[in-house]
Design a binder for this molecule. Sequence first.
Ligand code: TEU
Ligand code: CA
Length: 559
Amino acid sequence: MERKWWHNKIAYQIYPKSFKDSNGDGIGDIRGIIEKLDYLANLGIDILWLSPIYKSPLADQGYDISDYYDIDPRFGTMEDLEELIAKAKERGIGIVMDLVVNHCSDEHEWFKKACEDPDGPYGKFFYIEDYKEGQPLPCNWRSYFGGSCWEKLPGHQDKIYLHVFHKKQPDLNWENPLLRKEVYKMINWWLDKGIAGFRIDAIINIKKKLPFKDYPVDREDGLSSMENMLKEATGIGEFLGEMAAETFRKYDAFSVGEVFNEKDSELPLFIGDNGYFSSMFDFSTTGLGQNDQGFHAAKEITPKEYRDAIFKAHERVEGIGYLSNIIENHDEPRGVSRYIPASGLSCKSKKMLAGIYFLLPGIPFIYQGQEIGMENLAQVDCLDQLDDCANIDVYNTAINAGLSEKEALEVLRKHSRDNARTPFQWSAEKNAGFSEAEPWLLVNPNYKDINWESQVNDSDSVFNFYKKLIQLRKNPEYESTLVYGTFQPAHTDIDNLVCYYRRGDKTLVVLANFQDKSIELPLASNINKIILANRADITYNSDTIKLLSYDFLIAEVTK
Ligand code: TEU
Ligand code: CA
């Protein structure tokens, strides 16, 4: 594989609305990020992905963009962003913007013009169809946020438009070369500003299977999951290849795709040398335990399922390209609450989970707050307490399946995207030190126990463990092995044990006892030294090692 500048980088995702409020309006902003740049530099990160800060009605928290060339005043100004890009660069940090081009906002001028003249050039930027009351819709696809993906075109009784997400997110028609040209122009305008690249939102949805048709109904709402259509939609590569050639490649920019459902045969095209993207997220664990009935039907995830999923994902891309590794993001509940059984959740097990995913091949992404072990909400009392536009469908689907109100709220407590969106817990002070004012979304009540200030000077904290993991990835002695070494799973016959080798200049073994009881393990090779562990006194001899519950270590071995 060709070596690229991003291979040895550590990335960090900021959800700007919840990171740091600089002007006391309860909403995080760009100046808040600037204030915390030294924090990020000190943590050791190289790439900073910002969830959208463009002008937006915030129907889906900025993933509904009304002007790609402007900043939403709630987040700041273009000058603020330019200052952030420059100051980040001084600290060796590259800014990665969120590229949301499957759809825009219904308040974007393209859509307004399309409503004025659906048959004109901007009408062709969207999917607009004729419709007569009482007639069947062009297709029965279920939007990701629930309900039909068709909506009346404002001002036109006889026309409808397609939105696979929220109705305020009309889908852009990628079949139209003029639309694609506009998108590439915009991407290059941003790259010219000196950003390091893009995270590419929901990109797998840009190719629709046309002409529109129904798929098998899979829920009581009479609709069909978008997945059914996507499985049949071929030819996305033409768009993605063109986009890479017209934009990212010209700038040697970093691009990470939010890609789902790709086939094995497509991997080299997506992330191989000269792939459409530099990397794509490993979502192999985020869907675990789920089925197509909705979140209420989700099952607990076992350590074995977790391990088998990440191992399979990395073996699948070995020798082809690199995944971007996450345990959570702004669309997922907190990873520690999701993957570690509640009875075993502790600083120790949080460090174990961190170690497992951080030392895999690929680019580690830390989602804000993950580095201090932020958790899901412990309780949700009513829908109004939360904010996300996806909640209502999750709730209604649960109610329709026969759950009580209380049980439906419990489904949200576990699965709502708001779990990851509560404000960053900087301190035990008012509003967790996030803002002077009442924050836009509730602060997790556990902030007095879990906050950055209480961890920064504690060498045993989750925060300092993340710092050590980052330093380890950057330690010249181990860097090339951790970045370019091969990946070999071991002991996969033992449930609840995560063990893998990284082989390069050195041979390293990662061991994690993902359970509440101890085990003794035979060693295939001699441990030379333990490089990092979540317990100081792990004992071993030449042929066995004893691991207590949730022990984690990485060691150098002889072969
Ligand atoms: O997410 C795309 C996506 O497919 C899902 O993770 C989606 O959020 C989920 O199925 C809905 O419950 C991206 C963004 O990350 C997400 O925040 C946006 O809401 C979405 O695209 C639309 O832009
Ligand atoms: Ca603010």
